[in-house]
Ligand binder design. Structure first.
Ligand code: 9G3
Length: 568
């Protein structure tokens, strides 16, 4: 490809609104341009990387026995009514009407479409298991698109759906996709972890997220420093033991705490440690008030509260709701004297608190020397807190550390949530109608490109892994006005492009500009035709290591093959 006419507009300066390296570099190297907030165009270099990423995903999906399909982005709203989740999504699900005023949604995901597709054309158990996938554009109207294509409103996803006749079959499909994802993200040369995750509104049980480790990741991974345990901090189980102090139980005492609400203020005002405080939060669970207690130095895990009540609708009570149910403002609520209709649940750590402190359910008042059973009772203790660094790893090996991650993949065991709702059944070997058992498996293709950039760049620009680089070679004629250089460059372009993807910088630009652009674009190997062109000597530079070689053109192909072997 000749750069003279190639649309690869590089930028010298960092665009103001690009906060992270991948967003800055994808703009500066001419891979993407913003069309609207959270909506991007891919220029030729960016499109070539997308294609390389997609090809690797296709290879591994096809090897795993999945079949590629392509589904529409415009989906009849009826399908989402039939599955019962049209109401689950607010403005994030983009909606439109056709010329006949019929309702449609822009595809944020394709469980409904794929399930009806299979429902209509697969009837017998002999056709299962089946895994169908697509690589297609998705639409989710994010409230705050940011970080370039990492969180955009239109993005490219590989989404796959498996259909099985048994739980064991689903487990096998899931494991096959899990293994394929390990191969895919390894081929992208990414430092990633598969972490246990929460299935959220999508439903189902087992689920893992594939996280690329990065300081700018929006997710927090809790991992063991001594085993392979890793989980999204949202759902990481806490397996900790708390010893009860043997101090003698004191008598309950109500104390004036004028306007002392926050935990830290209680600590200093009453001169007690955080571990002695019973932090109380009122939640509205399926419209019922529930008081949740955790130790003062812990945080309530709302997903665990939600899962405790079978994925109910769980919201933190507003100040008004708190006043209504507990007749006092938020900073002074506690488990003592709670009206009967209010369920009180607590994290395991609360059971070990002796002579604790809690709100008195009265403005400007707290209780001291609060003790379980004597002063309040708990309907049940559960794991309701967010795991913390230093907690023991739930698998009993090592302690928990945190890392930030970018979610690039997510695999789910869906079960029959969609096949039941949409009637995807098959006839088993006895001719009896059974419901198919599903799994679904996503990879953020465009997000993966940004994640690769986050992990593969240096101070001069991009450093593409060979597997996804937009070109294999960057051939640069340094001075196109010099006959020897121009002629050797042209003849090398003709010969090299037989065996390599070559980006040929034939522009009439100064050497400095060419080298800066070459380092910015980050193609794995550069061949520069310069002063020694008359001797048929060219300069080979390895982008990743900075290594430079002077090579006679007769040895060039062999040298390049050797260098690529070292890079992959
Ligand atoms: C929506 C909107 C946003 C969404 C969804 C639906 C996330 C939604 C979860 C999934 C689950 C899997 C198949 C590939 C892998 C992920 N955000 N999810 O269902 F309408 Cl606006 O997409 N789908």
């Amino acid at each position: 490809m000749r750069q003279r006419t190639y649309l690869s507009p590089t930028l010298r300066d960092v665009p103001a609104d690009a906060e992270i390296k991948s967003h800055q570099l994808m703009l500066r190297a001419g891979l993407i341009r913003q069309t609207a907030s959270g909506i991007y165009s891919y220029l030729p270099l960016g499109k070539r990387v997308l294609r390389k990423v997609e090809e690797i995903v296709r290879e591994e999906m096809d090897d795993a026995g999945a079949q590629e399909v392509l589904m529409p982005a415009i989906q009849p709203a009826e399908l989402w009514e039939e599955s019962g989740r049209l109401g689950d999504y607010g403005p994030e699900l983009m909606r439109l009407k056709d010329r006949h005023q019929r309702d449609f949604v822009l595809g944020a995901t394709h469980e409904e479409v794929i399930t009806t597709l299979v429902r209509d054309d697969v009837q017998s158990y002999k056709k299962l298991p089946m895994n169908l996938y697509q690589i297609q554009t998705k639409y989710r109207d994010e409230r705050r698109p940011r970080f370039g294509v990492l969180r955009s409103r239109e993005f490219i996803m590989k989404d796959a759906y498996s259909f099985d006749i048994s739980q064991e079959g689903l487990d096998a499909s899931y494991d096959s996709m899990y293994d394929a994802y390990q191969r895919i993200f390894s081929r992208f040369k990414l430092d990633f972890r598969a972490v246990e995750a929460d299935s959220g509104a999508i439903g189902g049980t087992d689920t893992h997220e594939f996280m690329v480790l990065s300081e700018i990741g929006e997710d927090t991974i809790a991992y063991s420093d001594r085993s392979t345990f890793a989980a999204n901090v949202e759902i990481a189980p806490v397996v900790a033991s708390y010893e009860k102090s043997d101090e003698s139980v004191e008598s309950l005492e109500k104390v004036e705490t004028p306007n002392v609400k926050a935990i830290d203020d209680i600590v200093s005002f009453l001169n007690v440690s955080k571990e002695r405080i019973i932090k109380s939060l009122l939640f509205i669970v399926n419209e019922e008030p529930v008081l949740v207690l955790v130790r003062g130095d812990h945080e309530v895990n709302e997903i665990k509260v939600k899962n405790l009540f079978n994925k109910a609708i769980v919201e933190l009570a507003t100040p008004e709701q708190t006043k209504e149910h507990l007749n006092c403002e938020i900073g002074f609520i506690g488990p003592i004297g709670v009206p009967n209709g209010i369920k009180v649940v607590a994290d395991h750590a609360v059971a070990a608190i002796v002579n604790g402190v809690c709100g008195a359910n009265e403005k400007d008042a707290h209780y001291k020397n609060v003790n379980l059973e004597r002063d309040f009772s708990i309907s049940d203790f559960n794991d309701l807190r967010i795991i913390q660094e230093g907690d023991p790893s739930p698998d009993g090996q090592g302690v928990i550390k945190f890392a930030k991650g970018i979610e690039v993949g997510h695999v789910f065991k869906l079960g029959t949530k969609y096949s039941e709702a949409l009637g995807a059944n098959y006839l088993d070997e006895n001719g009896k109608s059974q419901t198919m058992i599903m799994g679904c498996y996503g990879i953020g293709i465009s997000r993966t490109v940004a994640a690769i950039v986050e992990q593969h760049h240096d101070e001069n620009g991009l450093v593409w892994p060979v597997s996804v680089a937009p070109f294999d070679l960057h051939l640069v004629t340094i001075n196109v006005k010099d006959d020897d250089q121009r002629n050797l460059g042209e003849s090398l372009y003709t010969s090299l492009k037989q065996n390599f993807d070559v980006l040929f910088d034939d522009r009439p630009e100064r050497a400095g500009v060419k080298f800066k652009d070459s380092d910015l674009i980050g193609v794995p190997i550069r061949v520069a035709v310069g002063k020694r062109a008359a001797e048929k000597i060219v300069e080979v530079k390895i982008r990743q290591t900075g290594e430079m070689l002077e090579v006679h053109v007769d040895d060039l192909e062999k040298t390049l093959q050797e260098q690529f072997k070292k890079l992959v």
